[in-house]
Design a protein around this ligand. Structure first.
Ligand SMILES: C[S@@+](CC[C@H](N)C(=O)[O-])C[C@H]1O[C@@H](n2cnc3c(N)ncnc32)[C@H](O)[C@@H]1O
Length: 180
């Protein structure tokens, strides 16, 4: 029988992914390990996990690149990292004073093929962005904008540049493959 993938739910809160190990800064959550993401290294060996999930967490941390480097360290080569974060045009992005970062669907392009021209921010290519999915507010989804934004990368860019203050985003899901 195939073994179950080992999953880490980072900043799990009380909503830990079924079967995952949870970490959170707050002890009164479903966390198995209490750990501050802003104080690396996290108490896990290199390449320990098959999958790492951080759902509505990355916008809370002090240093996004430092956290991404640490998530990369503890995920096995070929493993997956999933992030979900509010789009900066959503109400939720600015109504929580513990949010430090207000992101868009290109915010992780530093991890792309040529680091979006900013290769000197990272020592080497750590992650391949395998999927970006934008969720829009329900009205715009209903009108078909969400399908267009996700189907056509050029339209997503056009939407970010020209439309998103009206056709507002809700949340973005980023999926990465870990390269080592
Ligand atoms: C908006 S909640 C999301 C909880 C859960 N992932 C979910 O989707 O329901 C953000 C979580 O990140 C945790 N968190 C924030 N900053 C953190 C840090 N520096 N280290 C570890 N956890 C942190 C919070 O305690 C909280 O549980």
């Amino acid at each position: 029988m195939a073994s179950q993938p080992l999953i880490l739910d980072v900043g799990c809160g009380r909503n830990k992914h079924p079967g995952a190990i949870g970490i959170d800064i707050r002890p009164n959550t479903a966390a198995d390990v209490v750990c501050n993401l802003d104080r690396p290294p996290y108490p896990f060996r290199d390449s320990a996990f098959d999958q790492v999930r951080a759902i509505h967490v990355i916008e809370h941390v002090e240093d996004v690149l430092a956290v991404m480097k640490e998530l990369h360290r503890i995920t096995r080569p070929g493993g997956a990292i999933t992030l979900v974060t509010p789009h900066y045009t959503d109400f939720s992005s600015f109504c929580d004073p513990t949010h430090r970062w207000h992101l868009n669907s290109f915010s992780f392009r530093y991890f792309g093929e040529d680091h979006a021209g900013f290769g000197y921010y990272l020592d080497r290519r750590m992650l391949a962005e395998t999927r970006v999915h934008v969720r829009l507010l329900a009205f715009w989804r209903w009108l078909g904008f969400e399908a267009l934004v996700n189907r056509f990368p050029r339209f997503r860019r056009f939407w970010e540049y020209y439309l998103c203050y009206v056709v507002r985003g809700k949340a973005i899901t980023f999926e990465f493959e870990v390269l080592k």
